[in-house]
Design a protein around this ligand. Structure first.
Ligand code: ZN
Length: 238
C-alpha cells in the first residue's frame, strides 16, 4: 500500500528532494513555488527508489528491535554524560509523572500505557539534559567568547539542533544518547551559526577554527542514528 507523501515547503530549497524516514514514511522537500503536479510527477518517477529505501528502513528496524526493546524501555544509555539509567515503572498511587533518583528514572503511569510512558520519559530527559548536558554548551560559549539568548530542549525527528535569528539555541534531547565528542561538535556548529546564519564557506572556516578536527566528527554524526534506541523513533514530533 502506498503511504501518503508528506510535503514540506522550504523557503531556501531550490529543487525537489526526497527523504525516506526510519519509519518508512516519505517526505518531499519542495521549493516554495513547486506545483502539486510537479511534485506528484517527481514522486512517481522515483517510485522504485522509494520502495527500495522503504524496504531497507523496515529491515534495519526489524534487525535493531530485539523483543525486549519493543515494549517500554527499561534502560537508557546516556552516552553523552556517561550514565546508564534504569527505568522503573510504577502504578501505585494512580498518578502520572516522573522522578529522577540518581541514575534511576521512576515513571508513574498506568500499566500498558506505552504512549504516555514514552511522553513522560521524553519530559524527564528534557529535564535531565538541561541539568547535565547543557553546561557543556555554556562552557564552549565561554571558551569562544560567544553570547546567545535562550536554550530550549525539544524532541525532533530531523534535527540535532538549530540556532534562530534571535540567537536562541534549540537542542534535541536525542543528543543525550550520543558520544560526547559528537555532542561537542553539534554545540560548536550551532555556536558558529551565531555569526554565520548559513552554511557558507565562511561558516565552515569558523567551525574549523573552533574545532580543527570537526570533519571526522561530522562524518561520525551522519551515522549517529545507530546510538538511538528504537522507541525514540516512534514518538518524535516535527
Ligand atoms: Zn547548521
Amino acid at each position: 500500500m502506498q503511504q501518503p507523501v508528506q510535503i514540506t515547503r522550504h523557503p531556501r530549497s531550490r529543487r525537489l528532494k526526497l527523504k525516506v524516514h526510519r519509519d518508512a514514511s516519505v517526505e518531499v522537500v519542495a521549493p516554495p513555488r513547486a506545483s502539486a503536479l510537479e511534485i506528484e510527477r517527481f514522486v512517481q518517477s522515483h517510485r522504485a527508489w522509494i520502495e527500495q529505501a522503504q524496504a531497507r528502513m523496515r529491515k534495519l528496524r526489524a534487525e535493531r528491535a530485539p523483543a525486549d526493546e519493543q515494549g517500554d524501555p527499561t534502560r537508557l544509555e546516556l552516552r553523552a554524560t556517561g550514565h546508564c539509567v534504569a527505568v522503573e515503572y510504577c502504578n501505585k498511587r494512580g498518578r502520572r509523572g516522573w522522578e529522577w533518583r540518581e541514575d534511576r528514572l521512576i515513571i508513574e503511569v498506568a500499566a500498558n500505557d506505552a504512549a504516555n510512558a514514552r511522553d513522560l520519559i521524553i519530559g524527564a530527559l528534557k529535564y535531565r539534559a538541561r541539568a547535565t548536558l547543557e553546561e557543556r554548551l555554556w562552557a564552549h560559549a565561554r571558551r569562544l567568547d560567544l553570547h546567545f539568548g535562550k536554550v530550549s530542549w525539544r524532541h525532533q525527528k530531523t534535527r540535532w539542533a538549530s540556532c534562530s535569528s534571535r540567537r536562541n539555541i534549540s537542542l534535541n534531547i536525542r543528543l543525550l544518547f550520543l558520544p560526547v565528542e559528537l555532542v561537542d561538535y553539534v554545540f560548536v556548529h550551532e555556536l558558529a551559526h551565531l555569526d554565520h546564519p548559513n552554511h557558507s564557506p565562511l561558516f565552515w572556516a569558523c567551525v574549523e577554527r573552533f574545532m580543527p578536527e570537526y570533519r571526522e566528527r561530522l562524518k561520525a554524526l551522519k551515522r549517529a542514528h545507530q546510538y538511538l534506541p528504537e522507541w525514540l523513533f516512534d514518538c518524535a514530533r516535527g
